[in-house]
Design a protein around this ligand. Structure first.
Ligand code: GRF
Length: 233
């Protein structure tokens, strides 16, 4: 993330935060943001959605809300895009939308450090585990197999190292006795639907100031990150 991106984000106060969302699947988290935007519960404008899969239901959700969508899953010849081609198109698309914040919500492609460094806005990712535990895939199954008593989801700054950027917020819940991965995934996803809008609200209002990630003097007046939601569902 460049210094200019950080400065631009911190300048935004009165105007809605311009948010671009990257998706790969159902888009239930995107839907939560759309609903919150339409209800003016969040001071955001979703300026565009990029999907790397043409069959993602998230595309329908975006189109139904009249949000611009870019589907970047195939080149004209019908071959699947390589990651470099995807990133070239995605970067140009993001620049044209002029976002203040880029949200990866169920986006299932690993991005290169060059894409992340050259992105036109700070980028955050929603991950279904309590980072730094359980980076990567199959997080619910792995947490159950390890006998974890608590599990949940995290929102972190995207960096070149997978799921390793600064953790901003987490929603935590108790793993139930004899719970299976499907049940845990369902409960964690409900938690995601609270964590994502809450986190974006905190960013939009400057409570989580991504600029302050690099300025310890200012963050000393706020609780240390990550901010945590305990859910009793
Ligand atoms: C979420 O559960 C997220 O944790 C995982 O992918 C899922 C996306 O769900 N990385 P949706 O597309 O927002 O419904």
């Amino acid at each position: 993330m460049s210094d200019d991106n950080l400065k631009n984000l911190s300048k935004k106060t009165a105007q809605p935060l311009r948010v671009a969302v990257l998706v790969s699947g159902s888009g239930s988290n995107l839907q939560v943001l759309i609903n919150a935007m339409q209800a003016t519960a969040l001071p955001i404008e979703i300026v565009g959605v990029i999907s790397n899969r043409e069959d993602a239901y998230a595309i329908t959700r975006a189109k139904d809300a009249a949000i611009p969508v870019a589907i970047l899953s195939h080149v004209a010849s019908g071959k699947r895009m390589g990651i470099k081609t995807f990133e070239t198109h995605a970067n140009a698309q993001l620049i044209s939308w002029q976002p203040d914040l880029i949200v990866l919500a169920g986006f299932m492609r690993v991005l290169s450090s060059s894409f992340i460094d050259n992105a036109p806005a700070p980028m955050i990712n929603l991950h279904p585990a309590l980072l730094p535990a359980y980076k990567g895939l199959d997080t619910h199954q792995r947490a159950i197999q390890a006998g974890e008593r608590h599990h949940g989801c995290s929102i972190h700054v995207v960096t070149a190292e997978l799921d390793a950027g600064a953790v901003l917020t987490q929603a935590m819940l108790e793993v139930r006795q004899k719970e299976d991965a499907a049940s845990l995934q369902f409960r964690v996803q409900k938690a995601e639907h609270q964590l994502l809008p809450w986190t974006i609200l905190l960013i939009a209002n400057g409570v989580i100031n991504l600029n302050d990630q690099v300025d310890d003097a200012k963050t000393s007046y706020l609780p240390a990150l990550p901010l945590k939601l305990w859910l009793d569902d």
